[in-house]
Design a protein around this ligand. Structure first.
Ligand SMILES: *[C@@H]1O[C@H](CO)[C@@H](O)[C@H](O)[C@H]1NC(C)=O
Ligand SMILES: *[C@@H]1O[C@H](CO)[C@@H](O)[C@H](O)[C@H]1NC(C)=O
Ligand SMILES: *[C@@H]1O[C@H](CO)[C@@H](O)[C@H](O)[C@H]1NC(C)=O
Ligand SMILES: *[C@@H]1O[C@H](CO)[C@@H](O)[C@H](O)[C@H]1NC(C)=O
Length: 471
């Protein structure tokens, strides 16, 4: 039985039947509605709190922070956190959403099917990797005695819109439920040319969940996965290919749903291009000064971002520093705090404060396109955050303060008139800050320095008053 069952289960792995596709994350939209409404009035409306465990097993978990129901989001995206214990496997499945994964800590091997081929890549801390919607993949924690931490964007542009996102487990039994469970046993028995009993046995074997130990002693049932991973790459590819062919045979009963999935799958295969990873830590910062650094990846750095339509960034502020107030004119931004604590301030286009909130490691925030905002590191240590922007093109933030600000660029009699200031007062105000992009913040400066600055601004504002009187 051993070998044959293993093979069969592998076949099941990728076989498709959408009827019982696992609806990971649908539900709750209604009940949570009122709560969300309240939160919208609150102070932290641009923090994403709506967290849900979509996978939780002894071997690991996946948590999704959702950005549902916000009318202002032009392109809703969720942020996922995957944690895997050493020697574990996230079993093969595919999603109706595309992912960009970031290896936060640890090492991984990812197997991904693209263009009829199984590509396996080793990934390490800092690596960015794109998983297109509909591409079956698996993940293995290859770190020696090391937990694997992954942060990913979950982009729903191609999704079936059945919920936050939809996961299709190819293998499975009672947990996760295989997508095959929805077929008549007779249908499967015929399709696979095995007896109904054989099939039933297989469909109830897997109980360990989507993330399993590869180590036999800990979880005997997952030995099947160990076998799978011990096969030669070529054999694994053959298996997976056969499965894909099976999936593409018409299945009348599920015509409508399979259609959309197949279409999705085909589109992925057509555009498939040998994927590679990109290590964000290897890129030299786009901006760096004494107060911090920032790195942005766009499609010119990493081609798969073009297909994903997303950008990736990483910012590191030293204690007490501030990312100058700025606006993203072309993208909504999602951020995850990686280290330290800080404050995020966001302003409505009409000039009223939208949010000012303290954030700490693991918090997820988002900033709508066009909204001015800034991030300030607390004085206790560096503040690191990482995230995604909804544009793969170069995102050119427009700074509202600092030496490279648009105000500095606009400096002149017109701007002076717009503020009702004299040329001189305006110059005084705009030239005072010598740093750009990342600034030392007032809260970090010694109290007397901070006071001097306040005095200077007040003086500028007073001269603005007297100008008005003269006029
Ligand atoms: C089904 O399996 C039997 C042996 O178990 C084999 O003789 C037969 O050819 C198979 N049929 C198909 C269609 O593969
Ligand atoms: C961020 O900056 C701190 C020092 O301020 C440094 O220790 C840390 O390694 C930096 N992190 C990254 C990811 O560059
Ligand atoms: C500014 O816009 C926000 C969001 O649209 C609104 O809640 C707030 O009342 C507005 N403030 C003023 C002063 O118009
Ligand atoms: C500001 O400078 C412009 C020329 O640069 C000049 O024409 C204008 O009179 C000045 N305005 C004031 C209030 O000094």
């Amino acid at each position: 039985m051993g070998n044959r069952a293993a093979l069969l289960l592998l076949v099941l792995l990728l076989c498709y039947g959408v009827t019982t596709a696992i609806g990971f994350v649908k539900e709750e939209t209604e009940e949570k509605g009122t709560e969300r409404e309240e939160r919208r009035e609150g102070e932290d409306r641009f923090l994403l709190h709506d967290t849900k465990h979509v996978v939780k097993t002894d071997a690991g978990d996946m948590r999704v922070v959702r950005s549902f129901g916000w009318r202002m989001i032009e392109r809703p995206m969720h942020i996922g956190f995957i944690t895997m214990e050493p020697k574990t496997l996230f079993i093969p499945h595919y999603l109706d959403s595309s992912l960009i994964i970031f290896i936060r800590r640890g090492e991984a091997k990812i197997g991904l099917i693209y263009k009829d081929e199984l590509g396996e890549r080793r990934l390490k801390s800092g690596d960015i990797y794109h998983i297109p919607a509909g591409s079956a993949f698996y993940l293995v924690n290859t770190g020696e005695g090391q937990r694997l931490h992954i942060i990913c964007s979950i982009d729903q542009s191609e999704s079936l819109r059945l919920g936050a996102f939809q996961s299709f487990f190819i293998g499975g039994g009672t947990y996760p439920t295989s997508v095959l469970s929805g077929f008549e046993p007779e249908t499967l028995s015929t399709a696979f040319n095995v007896t109904i009993d054989e099939f039933k046995e297989i469909m109830t074997r897997q109980k360990d969940g989507p993330i399993v130990y590869l180590d036999d002693s800990r979880a005997p049932r997952s030995s099947i996965w160990t076998n799978f991973l011990q096969m030669k790459e070529q054999d694994r590819l053959q298996r997976l290919k056969r499965l894909i062919e099976f999936q593409q045979e018409p299945m009348e009963e599920e015509e409508e749903t399979t259609w959309s999935w197949r279409k999705l799958l085909n589109s992925v295969f057509k555009t498939g291009k040998s994927p590679d990873s990109y290590n964000i830590y290897k890129k030299s910062p786009d901006f760096r000064n004494y107060y911090g650094s920032s790195i942005a990846l766009d499609d010119s750095d990493y081609d798969p971002l073009k297909h994903a339509g997303l950008g990736v960034y990483l910012v590191n502020l030293t204690a007490g520093s501030m990312m100058a107030p700025h606006v993203n004119p072309t993208a909504t931004e999602y951020g995850v705090v990686l280290r330290g604590t800080g404050t995020i301030q966001i302003v409505y286009p009409n000039g009223t404060q939208a949010m000012k909130v303290k954030v700490a490691e693991g918090d997820v925030f988002w900033v709508p396109r066009y909204f001015p905002f800034c991030q300030i590191a607390s004085r206790t240590g560096p503040f690191e955050f990482f995230g995604f922007t909804t544009s793969a093109r170069k995102n050119r933030p427009q700074f509202l303060a600092g030496a490279s600000s648009v105000l500095r660029t606009l400096k002149g009699p017109e701007l002076a008139a717009a503020y009702g200031m004299s040329n001189e007062s305006l110059n005084h105000l705009l030239e005072a800050q010598r740093e750009s992009v990342i600034l030392p913040s007032a809260s970090a400066a010694p109290p007397d320095m901070a006071k001097k600055k306040v005095d200077r601004v007040q003086k500028a504002m007073r001269s603005y008053d007297s100008d008005m009187i003269i006029d």
